[in-house]
Design a protein around this ligand. Structure first.
Ligand SMILES: *[C@@H]1O[C@H](CO)[C@@H](O)[C@H](O)[C@H]1NC(C)=O
Ligand SMILES: *[C@@H]1O[C@H](CO)[C@@H](O)[C@H](O)[C@H]1NC(C)=O
Ligand SMILES: *[C@@H]1O[C@H](CO)[C@@H](O)[C@H](O)[C@H]1NC(C)=O
Ligand SMILES: *[C@@H]1O[C@H](CO)[C@@H](O)[C@H](O)[C@H]1NC(C)=O
Ligand SMILES: *[C@@H]1O[C@H](CO)[C@@H](O)[C@H](O)[C@H]1NC(C)=O
Ligand SMILES: *[C@@H]1O[C@H](CO)[C@@H](O)[C@H](O)[C@H]1NC(C)=O
Ligand SMILES: *[C@@H]1O[C@H](CO)[C@@H](O)[C@H](O)[C@H]1NC(C)=O
Ligand SMILES: *[C@@H]1O[C@H](CO)[C@@H](O)[C@H](O)[C@H]1NC(C)=O
Ligand SMILES: *[C@@H]1O[C@H](CO)[C@@H](O)[C@H](O)[C@H]1NC(C)=O
Ligand SMILES: *[C@@H]1O[C@H](CO)[C@@H](O)[C@H](O)[C@H]1NC(C)=O
Ligand SMILES: *[C@@H]1O[C@H](CO)[C@@H](O)[C@H](O)[C@H]1NC(C)=O
Ligand SMILES: *[C@@H]1O[C@H](CO)[C@@H](O)[C@H](O)[C@H]1NC(C)=O
Length: 425
């Protein structure tokens, strides 16, 4: 069956190794030592010189990144990050100069792409988005959601056969990383802390994937204020292992179905050995309704396609804040939250297995599955579920609407039908 294909695939994500380090052309980047001097030009120069079969070294220093970086087309490059990249906080500059990501009108401070790239932060290399300024600023805006020009910390675009490991990401300006048009690559031993020092952070996802396949994420720790991890349009063969998520929303599928009449899919997603503490969900799926209102990033709807073959194995929760497993097909324009029919989406969610989900929750719902009447959710299998309130009582509620082909469980009541940005009512 397909799930086995996904499992085999994860193990077969084996990026190539390049020539021995000794023979490589090496570019060591000098840090200016002051945030009055932008280190981005020196970084670009080094990458230009060592972009093929080279080695780039960031020394154990702080590099001040005051302008947008687009580093593309690397071939067989080692990137050694021993220091910190610290982004500037000139918000008006970044709103104007951040680069398009290529989806949802999102933008980014840093694009990195290439083939056979091996980035190693050795557990100390750090990308610091200086996000406290952004978290304070966004709270004062009328549009606190996807503000045009607010940058992701980094976007991997066109990264293939590569490994990113041992890096810390602190206080991302917005999402930590977006991954687009990338294939057969690994991100492991990654630590993300987007907890604000002055105000709480928002829209600081751990990672978002789209138009990408054959990706492996292993040993991630994420402290944040939105999706801990999210697979969006055309994410295929994605595996997430051995990770710890704190305070965020959990593993998200979507939102998807935001582009009217566009056909998008999410397929073969597997997560295993994941710990969730104080997250809203463990696993949740969110699709737009069939009524298009406004345009992306904050409006949309009317999308087609399906999300299928998703396996969540050995999930452990502590103090979950919402339904552990949630589906909401009622994502709507956040400027007109009441407009849009929650059960008319043509986007179908099917073939989900939750195999092992135990721990504690504060919410009365184990599952809350609000599916489309037009394209109901099918083949949802649950096994080894053991969720308890902190007083030890087993949580008894499995709420659903338009769910067909349950395996290993029964619905115990009707689900709440309504929209929110975080899945469910
Ligand atoms: C996903 O994995 C399957 C099984 O290994 C493979 O047949 C398929 O081509 C992969 N899909 C993509 C888009 O890489
Ligand atoms: C440099 O750092 C100082 C002190 O942290 C800060 O006030 C200033 O805005 C920074 N300048 C830039 C260009 O980031
Ligand atoms: C906006 O950025 C462009 C280049 O990206 C630049 O030419 C222009 O001067 C900038 N405008 C402002 C107001 O900063
Ligand atoms: C980044 O650089 C690549 C290669 O030069 C170019 O093709 C691409 O359009 C650039 N991306 C953006 C968003 O400017
Ligand atoms: C998309 O972003 C650009 C600037 O980045 C902004 O001018 C435009 O209004 C945004 N479009 C929508 C629909 O939000
Ligand atoms: C997992 O990643 C963390 C950094 O978040 C690192 O300290 C730890 O050594 C890694 N664990 C393994 C088994 O490599
Ligand atoms: C995350 O960052 C916050 C704010 O700086 C800090 O208080 C907290 O200790 C950090 N958490 C971890 C696990 O490093
Ligand atoms: C997304 O995947 C679907 C199904 O394979 C395909 O029809 C569609 O063209 C893809 N979208 C883009 C923008 O590549
Ligand atoms: C299940 O996941 C937890 C981490 O959340 C891990 O400690 C445990 O070893 C895993 N169990 C198995 C059987 O792999
Ligand atoms: C919502 O859409 C469903 C499916 O097309 C339909 O059965 C239902 O009547 C609609 N509800 C409203 C209030 O229009
Ligand atoms: C445990 O807590 C739940 C949720 O608050 C409550 O419904 C239940 O009655 C409690 N059970 C006991 C034995 O106190
Ligand atoms: C679901 O309900 C059916 C019919 O009442 C019953 O036969 C079955 O044992 C129930 N399944 C579970 C897992 O409770």
């Amino acid at each position: 069956m397909k799930l086995f294909a996904a499992l085999l695939l994860a193990l077969s994500v084996t990026p190539a190794h390049g020539n021995p380090t000794a023979k490589r052309k090496t570019c060591t980047i000098k840090a200016s030592g002051t945030n009055k001097t932008d280190d981005a030009p020196a970084i670009l120069t080094a990458f230009k010189e060592c972009r093929k079969h080279g080695k780039i070294i960031f020394e154990p220093k702080t590099y001040y990144v005051n302008s947008a970086l687009n580093i593309s087309g690397l071939e067989d490059v080692e990137i050694d990050i021993q220091g910190q990249l610290l982004w500037s906080t000139d918000i008006l500059y970044w709103l104007n100069a951040s680069l398009p990501v290529g989806y949802q009108n999102q933008s980014t401070a840093f694009i990195l792409g290439g083939n056979n790239v091996r980035i190693d932060g050795h557990g100390v290399g750090t990308f610091n988005g200086n996000g406290d300024y952004w978290y304070e600023w966004i709270k004062k805006q009328p549009n606190t959601s996807n503000y045009p020009g607010r940058p992701h910390q980094i976007t991997f675009n066109g990264l293939t056969n590569s490994v990113v490991k041992g890096l810390n990401f602190l206080r991302s300006q917005m999402w930590t990383m977006s991954i687009i048009h990338s294939h057969n690559s690994v991100w492991e031993d990654i630590f993300v802390n987007n907890t604000g020092n002055r105000v709480s952070s928002s829209n600081t996802d751990g990672a978002d994937t789209f138009f990408s396949s054959d990706l492996l994420f292993r040993n991630w720790t994420v402290y944040n204020g939105d999706d801990s991890f999210s697979c969006k349009a055309n994410s295929t063969n994605i595996t997430l292992l051995d990770s710890h998520f704190y305070h965020g929303l959990g593993i998200a599928i979507g939102s998807i179905g935001q582009y009217n009449d566009a056909f998008e899919t999410i397929e073969n997603i597997r997560a295993e050995n994941i710990y969730f503490e104080d997250t809203l969900h463990a696993f949740y799926v969110k699709t737009w309704t069939d009524d298009r209102v406004g345009f992306p990033p904050n409006g949309g709807g009317g999308g087609l396609g399906y999300a299928e073959n998703m396996l969540m194995k050995n999930l452990t929760t502590k103090g979950m804040r919402g339904a552990a497993f949630s589906i909401s097909q009622c994502t709507r324009f956040n400027g007109a939250p009441g407009v849009g029919n929650c059960t008319n989406s043509q986007f179908q969610v099917r073939d989900i297995v939750i195999d092992g989900m135990k721990g504690t929750t504060k919410d009365r719902r184990v599952v809350s599955l609000q599916c489309s009447a037009v394209a109901p959710c099918t083949d949802i299998k649950l096994s080894k579920v053991d969720l308890k309130y902190t007083n030890g009582t087993v949580v008894p509620n499995y709420l659903c609407g338009n769910v067909l082909g349950n395996q290993g469980w029964n619905c115990t009541g009707p689900v709440c039908v309504g929209g929110s940005a975080t899945g469910g009512c």
